[in-house]
Design a protein around this ligand. Structure first.
Ligand SMILES: [Zn+2]
Length: 393
């Protein structure tokens, strides 16, 4: 059960026109943004089996539980993860993904209300949560989770913005709801107040100097300000952690955590879901009260966000605290090695060329090419001179 995949490329406006072709020679004949390459069975962009052009979900459905394995078939009933390559040229919206219970309730409610799947005000496209892992292929920058209150206070004191800075520095703002209060107050500024904030912000962005924290936030905000001149979301780097991943580094994003991807090429593995609630930096539908309802307002220290890989025998495993997926990066050698399956897998070649073998079937993958491995294969061998990413359950 080895099936080479043909995958959908999503032309979202923020996508890069060149990164996928530079990375893997993927052509871009129409010169459109190539934002995301999707590997999986999500109906918004499903992979097909290269040889027969069948949908991957059909191939899996024909052989349940064989294709998924007993565990995955029983717990999920389908391929439980979606594997993507992200090519981020312009920042994505500030967003949050719901947890499992609220995704189920929200999906049921919006379906009962008769909201069409593609209605702009629809939040829940499926009844699933969407924890995410990001693995950088080039330097990759993002916002992830709230800064500590002390950091926010330091930044806001230096930026000294009308309405905003006083909120964080006010004596009475000491309670456990202070992050939520601050976020809601900033999002509730009226257009007059926003114009005053932007005036002060632009003056501050034009200056230089200050602490490392201030310099970093200033450089991060500048391009956001250019792209979204009327969006108060440009202040997000004052509240959220700025994270830089080097190639080969990864981070995890919990449900109910505000985040935004800003630039770079990366892999992303997530639960099979497309549920997004947006808070800003986007022309798409924004619903602040929904975002507040689905966000945990606590600080995540920046140093705790990156995942620590477990390394063994040329395999780097990045442990994640969810059952929906696992993720590892493999460096094959000239000798054949064997891997044992736990459930279904998708293998993606990141560079070089790698051959996968099961009994008499040999399939070679070069950069950007991917393979579905059904669970009943039980094992496969691999060999080559490249790098392989492995998303599995
Ligand atoms: Zn996200």
């Amino acid at each position: 059960m080895l099936f080479k995949l043909n995958n959908v490329i999503q032309p979202f406006a923020w996508g890069s026109k060149t990164m996928l072709s530079q990375w893997a020679g993927i052509p871009n004949r129409d010169n459109q943004p190539q934002a995301e390459l999707w590997m999986g069975v999500h109906p918004s962009g499903e992979s097909r089996v290269a040889q027969t052009n069948e949908r991957l979900s059909e191939v899996i459905a024909r052989d349940i539980p064989g294709a998924l394995g007993d565990y995955t078939a029983r717990h999920f009933g389908q391929l439980p993860f979606l594997f993507k390559v992200l090519a981020v040229d312009q920042p994505l919206s500030i967003q949050v993904h719901p947890d499992l219970a609220s995704a189920r309730a929200g999906y049921q409610q919006e379906s009962a209300m008769g909201l069409a799947q593609d209605a702009p005000e629809r939040h829940f496209h499926d009844p699933n949560h969407k924890p995410e892992l990001v693995y950088a292929l080039t330097p990759f920058s993002a916002l992830n989770g709230f800064r500590t209150w002390e950091e926010i206070q330091l930044l806001l004191a230096d930026f000294n913005l009308p309405f905003v800075s006083s909120l964080a520095l006010a004596e009475h703002n000491e309670g456990c709801n202070r992050l939520e209060n601050l976020f809601k107050a900033v999002m509730a500024l009226d257009s007059e107040q926003k114009q005053q904030v932007f005036l002060a912000l632009d003056a501050f962005l034009a200056k230089s100097g200050g602490s490392h924290l201030v310099e970093q936030a200033r450089e991060f905000i500048k391009p956001l300000r250019q792209l979204h001149p009327d969006d108060i979301g440009v202040l997000a780097p004052l509240f959220l952690n700025i994270v830089f991943l080097e190639p080969g580094e990864a981070m995890f994003l919990y449900p109910r955590t505000l985040h935004a991807y800003v630039s770079g090429l990366a892999l992303e593995v997530m639960a099979n879901s497309d549920n997004v609630l947006r808070a800003g930096l986007t022309p798409k539908y924004v619903d602040v009260s929904q975002v507040v309802a689905h966000t945990d307002f606590h600080s995540s220290p920046a140093e705790s966000l990156k995942l620590v890989a477990q390394e063994q025998d040329g395999v780097r495993l990045f442990p994640v605290p969810v059952e929906d997926f696992r993720f590892a990066v493999i460096a094959p050698s000239q000798d054949w090695r064997t891997r044992f399956l736990r459930g279904p897998e998708i293998l993606l070649c990141l560079e070089g060329e790698v051959t996968i073998r099961h009994q008499n079937t040999h399939i070679s993958l070069s950069a950007g090419e991917s393979l579905f491995v059904g669970n009943k294969t039980l094992t496969y061998d691999y060999q080559g001179n490249g790098t392989l990413a492995r998303a599995y359950n």
